[in-house]
Ligand binder design. Sequence first.
Ligand SMILES: [Zn+2]
Ligand SMILES: [Zn+2]
Length: 144
Amino acid sequence: MSNESIYQGSCFCGEVQFEVAGQPAAMGYCHCASCRHWSAGPVNAFTLWKPQALTVTHGAASIGTYNKTPGSCRKWCRQCGGHLFTDHPQWSLVDVYAAVIPDFPYKPGVHVHYQETRMRVADGLPKMKDLPAEMGGSGNLVAQ
Ligand SMILES: [Zn+2]
Ligand SMILES: [Zn+2]
């Protein structure tokens, strides 16, 4: 038996259902142009998990994948078009969008790719110019 917390998630229509277990490695907001263009939203709220923390429990065959770049395999539901995850194989992490796990206690810690922002946020959290150094970025912060 495990006493890890388990959180339920689904796509917009409910065809794809999944759960995440435990705690994510990181949480925050991505302001990159790719997230903005793909999501058609100004910013992406991310939660990054080890792949084994994520279990698709229904509708796996309905999950579509698109790779514009090798580092981001963006996934959505073929039935409703609702976005689900982005696999980041180079980091062995999967972004489960905070919006698709509504009961998860999302606590953002950082903004990334803030040099590309179209929506400035005065929340006092650190604003990374691109990514942390350990994820291949400059590690530099930008002004709020
Ligand atoms: Zn769906
Ligand atoms: Zn992004």
